[in-house]
Design a protein around this ligand. Structure first.
Ligand code: RIB
Ligand code: CA
Length: 329
C-alpha cells in the first residue's frame, strides 16, 4: 500500500531530482501535493520549477501550492548562486502550457491544513520549514496528523554549508526549524533528520551521469541539463568533481529506512548569533531530554544509487552492476 505524502520543497535542482524519484515509486509513495517554500529559489520561481519538473514527469495532475514568500523573521537569502538564476541550473526550461494544469489558488498552508485535517499523511521537507512552522503554530491538530516527518536539513558532525556549523534549510529559516523541532518534542514525535552527515555521501559523479544517459537517454539528458550548473558550482566552491544531491536521499530513506543508520537524540535549532541555524544534537544527553529526532549518520551510498537509478529509469535493480564502481567512495 503506497504511503501518502506531501513534499514541501524549494526547487532547486536537488529538490527536482527528489520530486522525480518520489513520482517514480507509485507502489510505495502517493504524492498528494507539493508545497513550495522560499529557499533555493524565491517562492514564485520554486512554484514554476515544480511545474516544469511535473511536466517532464507527465504528472501535472499533482497539485502545487505556493507557500510563504520569506522566512518567519529573518531576511530571506536565496541560494540562486548554487542553483542558477532560474533555480533549475540555468536550464531555462519553458513553463508548461497553462491549459495543461490547474493553477491552485489555495496557499500551501491552506492545503497542508485541509489535507492533514482530512487524513494522516507524511511530510518530506526538502527546504526551509517555514510552511510547516506556520502549520504548527496555526493548526497544531493538523500538524499532529503528520504521520512521519522526514527533513533534509541540519548536520551533526559534518561542517555546515552556509556557515561553519549551519546547513542551508535550517539556516535560511532557523525560527521555523526551531518551532518544528520544538513541536515534535512536545508531541513526543521523532523527526528523521537527513543531514549533511549522510547527504554529503550522495555525490552524482560524471561517471554516474554518463551511466544514466547510457541507460535512458531522455531522463539522462534532463538530469544533465539541470545539473550542469550544479557540477560547476561544486568544482568552484568545493573542488569536487560531481554534485551533492541532498534531497533525493530524503525520499529514498522515507521509502527504505535501511539505507541509512543513526541514533535517536534531542535536537534544538539555534536561532541567533554566530551559530544561527545550527542543529545542536545532544548526542551525550547532557540535557537529559527525551529524543525528538532520529539523527542519521551513515548511508549505504551504492544502495541509494541502485534505488535511485532503478526507480527513475524503471530498470531491474539487479542489472545495475556498474553502480559500485562508479559511486564516490
Ligand atoms: O543544504 C542543502 C539543502 O538546501 C537542500 O535541500 C538544497 O536543495 C537546499 O534546499
Ligand atoms: Ca531543497
Amino acid at each position: 500500500m503506497a504511503r501518502k505524502i506531501i513534499i514541501d520543497c524549494d526547487p532547486g535542482i536537488d529538490d527536482s531530482l527528489a520530486i522525480m524519484l518520489a513520482l517514480s515509486m507509485p507502489d510505495q509513495i502517493e504524492v498528494l501535493g507539493i508545497t513550495i517554500a522560499a529557499g533555493n529559489s524565491p517562492v514564485e520561481m520554486g512554484y514554476e520549477n515544480a511545474l516544469k519538473v511535473l511536466e517532464f514527469m507527465d504528472r501535472l495532475d499533482i497539485p502545487v501550492f505556493m507557500g510563504a514568500g520569506c522566512p518567519l523573521h529573518r531576511e530571506f537569502v536565496n541560494a540562486l548562486d548554487t542553483h542558477g538564476s532560474d533555480g533549475l541550473g540555468e536550464s531555462f526550461l519553458p513553463p508548461p502550457d497553462p491549459s495543461k494544469y490547474i493553477r491552485q489558488d489555495k496557499s500551501a498552508l491552506e492545503f497542508l491544513t485541509e489535507t492533514l485535517r482530512r487524513e494522516p499523511a507524511s511530510v518530506i521537507a526538502l527546504g526551509p520549514m517555514t510552511n510547516l512552522a506556520m502549520l504548527a503554530q496555526e493548526d497544531p491538530e493538523a500538524f499532529r496528523n503528520i504521520e512521519e516527518l522526514v527533513s533534509m536539513g541540519g548536520s551533526f558532525r559534518s561542517h555546515g554549508n552556509c556557515s561553519p556549523v549551519a546547513e542551508y534549510n535550517y539556516w535560511c529559516d532557523p525560527d521555523a526549524a526551531a518551532i518544528v523541532y520544538r513541536e515534535s518534542d512536545r508531541l513526543r514525535r521523532l523527526i528523521h533528520m537527513v543531514g549533511l552527515d549522510v547527504t554529503r555521501r550522495i555525490v552524482l559523479t560524471p561517471d554516474l551521469l554518463a551511466y544514466m544517459k547510457r541507460l535512458d537517454s531522455r531522463i539522462g539528458a534532463f538530469v544533465e541539463k539541470i545539473t550542469g550548473f550544479y557540477f560547476d558550482f561544486h568544482w568552484e566552491w568545493e573542488h569536487l568533481i560531481g554534485c551533492v544531491i541532498n534531497d533525493p536521499l530524503a525520499v529514498a530513506y522515507f521509502a527504505d529506512k535501511e539505507l541509512c543508520s543513526g541514533f535517536n537524540s534531542y535536537v534544538q535549532i539555534e536561532t541567533r548569533g554566530i551559530s544561527l541555524g545550527q542543529s545542536v544534537v545532544d548526542s551525550m544527553n547532557f540535557y537529559r531530554h527525551s529524543p525528538n529526532a532520529v539523527v542519521l549518520t551513515d548511508v549505504d551510498t551504492p544502495a541509494f544509487f541502485r534505488l535511485f537509478f532503478s526507480r527513475l529509469l524503471k530498470i531491474d535493480i539487479k542489472s545495475l552492476d556498474l553502480i559500485p564502481d562508479l559511486v564516490r567512495s
